[in-house]
Design a binder for this molecule. Structure first.
Ligand SMILES: C[S@@+](CC[C@H](N)C(=O)[O-])C[C@H]1O[C@@H](n2cnc3c(N)ncnc32)[C@H](O)[C@@H]1O
Length: 208
């Protein structure tokens, strides 16, 4: 029986070249540039575009379905000049983005929901991704990560502490933890965690 093509095979993706000027991905050429890794159903990205009307926000979402649906929603809400979601693996996409020091903020909300050891290779946060984020962040730029899994929070803190150019920027000096999300927008998973009363581990670092 013939296989039916997924309706999302043509979800917008990064241009197929080794180097991509990140500004070329958005029509609006001014405003701080922010990247969300794994926006999923896109609530944070959509709310962030409203909460930060001068910012440009690019989402990198490996699942084509969600990438395309959220990208369409961004445009339907009239936010397409400064908002975009591309169907790409962030671990590959970031290596292509240029120039260095061009991104003001990275957001990673509730990543890596896998528990089996054999799934560790799927983890999005790891040394390679941290190195690319560090390269792309401008001086003073921020990396914000949140999760409802305590062990994951500890793992991210250990991994990111190995990068001396990322300075912990939480409420207490020298520590990355934040009590609240300061960005005026919530991810779908964050909203659910709040509704279920689950503790959320929020962390922030700043580029030296
Ligand atoms: C647990 S979900 C969280 C979704 C959303 N951030 C939230 O908080 O509601 C993790 C998301 O990351 C995406 N993801 C996983 N690995 C990725 C990768 N390598 N590049 C881009 N997105 C990825 C998944 O498809 C999924 O949408």
């Amino acid at each position: 029986m013939a296989r039916v093509a997924s309706p999302y095979v043509d979800a917008p993706r990064l241009p197929d070249s080794d180097e991509v000027d990140v500004a070329s991905l958005l029509t609006q050429q001014t405003g701080e540039l922010e990247i969300e890794i794994g926006p999923g159903r896109g609530m944070f990205l959509l709310e962030r575009l409203v909460a930060a009307p001068a910012a440009r926000v690019l989402g990198l979402e490996i699942r084509r379905k969600w990438s395309q649906l959220v990208d369409e929603k961004v445009r339907a809400r009239g936010l397409g000049a400064r908002g975009r979601v591309l169907a790409d693996d962030a671990r590959v996409a970031l290596t292509k983005l240029r120039p260095d020091a061009s991104v003001t903020r990275f957001f990673v909300h509730f990543p890596d929901p896998w528990w089996k050891k054999r799934h560790a290779k799927r983890f999005v946060i790891g040394d390679a991704l941290i190195a690319e984020i560090t390269r792309l962040l401008r001086s003073g730029g921020e990396l914000y990560v949140q999760t409802d899994v305590e062990d994951r929070a500890a793992q991210y803190m250990t991994e990111i502490a190995r990068e001396p150019r990322l300075i912990a920027a939480g409420e207490v000096e020298g520590h990355p933890r934040l009590a609240c999300n300061p960005y005026g927008a919530r991810s779908n998973r964050e909203k659910r965690a709040d509704e279920d009363g689950l503790p959320v581990h929020r962390m922030r670092w700043r580029r030296a």
